[in-house]
Design a binder for this molecule. Structure first.
Ligand SMILES: [Cu+2]
Length: 338
């Protein structure tokens, strides 16, 4: 190996490692955690493999045309090259890959077996309204977070009240449009536990890029306990009158006084608005504002006071004009809604 090659080698290895590192993580269809995503990753690798073989062949042909022995082809040989290499070969390769890709479709469109977990998700501007349908015919509404039991099929019913969104959890499955006036379906089979990230994949307005959600795939028991907790009404304010409890109770009153309750529901209280996300257990969610802020005290304050700056075009008014003590109390109350 010459000196120069010796230096290039680790550089190339490093570059390849850097590129491949982008293939893992919570939002990669090349690091599948679900049966549907596994099929899609397989399709990608076969397509990529096919493309590499064809590319290598073309490079070899070009190279040998430039450097190879110069000889004259007969008319017949030349025609063979054109028909074989220009028509037959691409037709066969593309038909093969197409057949492989189409062969995958029926399994991806299969409905979930009866009795499977059913979840409706509505794409709103710019957040996700999530409804779990329980076995007894009940419904639990939450927002901006989806949890699934591992190894069980989950059937999604997708819709939107106004504009087209696209529901995409790359680690688990392909994307599916959410179209006003229609119901689209998507079935998932998560194969391993973990926290993944979903994202809207169809431009839907100003804050399209700020419309994500965490997806947690859990053990069956933990999932059942979580769903039961989501079903319960909001935690009631503590009876003891310590400073923390007073702050929470002040926030609870402020929530009704400032009209938050016109748009938000907190089950078990007078707040029954339906325009914005259900906040019954907002303090227990992983993120705020559809996957864009961590769920902590400063983020609640920022969301309430700087809503329009955090999320341009947001359909919630900002409450910058409230005294900061009110922001603080509201945040304390929302955090207590575990
Ligand atoms: Cu979008």
């Amino acid at each position: 190996m010459s000196g120069k090659r010796f230096i290039e080698c680790p550089v190339i290895v490093f570059a390849v490692a850097l590129v491949l590192a982008g293939c893992t993580g919570p939002q990669s269809s090349l690091d599948p955690a679900g049966r549907e995503a596994e099929r899609i990753a397989g399709l990608f690798w076969w397509m990529a493999g096919g493309a590499v073989v064809v590319w290598a062949l073309v490079v070899w042909l070009a190279w040998s045309a430039m450097h190879g022995r110069v000889s004259r082809h007969t008319e017949r040989q030349a025609r063979l090259y054109v028909i074989g290499g220009g028509v037959l070969f691409p037709t066969l390769v593309l038909a093969g890959l197409l057949a492989y890709g189409l062969g995958m479709m029926p399994a991806l469109l299969e409905p979930a077996p009866p009795g499977s977990l059913k979840i409706s998700v509505s794409g709103e501007q710019w957040w996700w309204r999530v409804r779990y349908h329980t076995a007894d015919g009940g419904e639990v509404e939450l927002a901006n977070e989806i949890r699934l039991p591992v190894g069980e099929p989950a059937s999604f019913e997708l819709e939107s009240p106004d504009v087209i969104h696209s529901f995409w959890i790359p680690s688990l499955a392909g994307k599916m449009d959410m179209i006003p006036g229609r119901r689209t379906r998507l079935v998932l089979h998560p194969t391993r536990t973990g926290t993944f990230r979903g994202q809207c994949a169809e431009f839907c307005g100003d804050s399209h890029a700020l419309m994500a959600f965490p997806v947690v795939v859990m053990e069956k028991d933990a999932f059942a306990a979580w769903l039961t907790a989501q079903r319960a009404p909001a935690a009631t304010p503590q009876a003891d009158a310590g400073p923390e409890a007073r702050r929470v109770n002040r926030g609870r009153d402020a929530f009704l006084e400032h009209g938050c309750s016109a748009c938000h529901t907190v089950r078990g209280t007078l707040a029954r608005g339906a325009i914005g996300p259900d906040l019954t257990h907002v303090g227990g969610r992983l993120t705020l504002g559809a996957g864009i802020l961590p769920n902590d005290h400063p983020s609640f304050v920022r969301w309430i006071a700087e809503t329009d700056r955090v999320k341009p075009g947001v359909l919630m008014p900002h409450y910058r004009m409230l005294p900061s003590g009110e922001h603080d109390a509201l945040a304390a109350y929302l955090e207590s809604l575990q």
